[in-house]
Design a protein around this ligand. Structure first.
Ligand code: 6CS
Ligand code: FE
Length: 313
């Protein structure tokens, strides 16, 4: 089989200049854009900024049960020993659990919420499946920050994601305010691919999930894009939703506040964009970081759960 053309050379194949993305942001042609719950105005916001935020999308009751699931995992030493569970070294607390959509039926239902799934299918112009899912628990006072990066640059290089046709969803489990290290995004940064220097170490994922050492754009590129697009940090009550394009630059500050910042994070990938061999040439990452078993397209779950309220009726 012919190796797939690498349209986004990065890492070892590093080139100096950033360049425009090859794919459209919204994968629909003009007469199909109305095929979904997002209005033309929302579609244009997403095209311009690379993200959409919905305060209070779910009620706090709808997301509260995930804390019990986190507690259950924390009490299960066999579970905590798995590679898919990232512990917070000093506190022996769970920091992240990957593949949550396979471990938790509540999480799986959240990813197949009818309205949420319809928005994502509209943005990606196709059926979708879950590329990656995780629950993050960032306690107060010590939640570390994370460097500026594009998820697509990692997923392309280390997982073999061919094109920019994926959307990440983050659902806040705790109130996100200006002080507890909310996600920061650079509006418009999704329009440019920034090649990043540096060879990808073998098994890079064993430390990159704590600190991104490769796949970090240059400060010049970040400054250029932030000077033109600014920086936004969507906040809101528990249950709020953020949808952001796979190539939108994002980072987070350390959480010096006494308040935790926890969220559900899951990535919808188009069924037309399934993983190829990693473009970095390294061994594929574990399947809990990048789904590889060709799951069928996601189907919406019927009926709404207790406590799910929607901004949009
Ligand atoms: O490597 C990854 O797939 C993960 N790393 C970061 C910094 N964000 C996306 C993803 O969860
Ligand atoms: Fe990220």
């Amino acid at each position: 089989m012919q190796p797939m053309t690498d349209y986004y050379p990065t890492r070892e194949h590093f080139i100096e200049e950033r360049f425009p993305r090859k794919e459209p942001v919204i994968h629909l042609d003009s007469q199909e854009r109305a095929n979904g719950p997002l209005s033309e105005e929302e579609l244009q916001d997403y095209e311009r900024n690379g993200f959409l935020s919905f305060e209070g999308y779910f009620s706090s009751e709808a997301v509260a049960p995930f804390f019990d699931e986190l507690d259950d995992i924390e009490r299960d030493s066999a579970m905590c020993a798995r590679d898919q569970v990232i512990m917070d070294p000093n506190q022996k607390k769970v920091r992240s659990v990957f593949d949550m959509h396979k471990l938790s039926s509540a999480f799986d239902r959240m990813t197949r919420h009818p309205h949420l799934l319809a928005m994502v299918q509209q943005l990606l112009g196709s059926d979708v499946y879950i590329h990656q899912s995780r629950i993050n628990d960032k306690s107060g006072f010590c939640g570390k920050g994370f460097e500026w990066h594009s998820d697509f640059e990692t997923w392309h290089s280390e997982d073999g994601m061919p094109a920019m046709r994926a959307v990440s969803a983050s659902i806040m489990l705790t109130d996100n305010n200006a002080f507890n290290g909310p996600l920061m995004l650079i509006p418009g940064s999704h329009q440019a691919f920034i090649p990043c220097p540096g060879e990808t170490p073998d098994n890079n994922w064993t430390q990159s999930l704590r600190k991104q050492m490769v796949g970090v754009p240059s400060r010049e590129d970040i400054a250029d894009l932030a000077n033109s697009g600014g920086i936004k940090q969507p906040t809101g009550p528990a249950g709020s939703l953020l949808l952001f394009e796979c190539n939108t630059l994002h980072a987070s500050n350390a959480n010096m506040s006494p308040w935790p910042r926890s969220n559900l994070f899951f990535v919808y990938n188009s069924v037309e964009n399934r993983m190829n061999k990693p473009f970095s040439g390294k061994a594929p990452r574990p399947s809990f970081l990048a789904t590889r078993d060709n799951p069928p397209p996601l189907k919406a779950h019927c009926g709404e759960e207790q406590g799910e309220t929607l901004l949009i009726s």
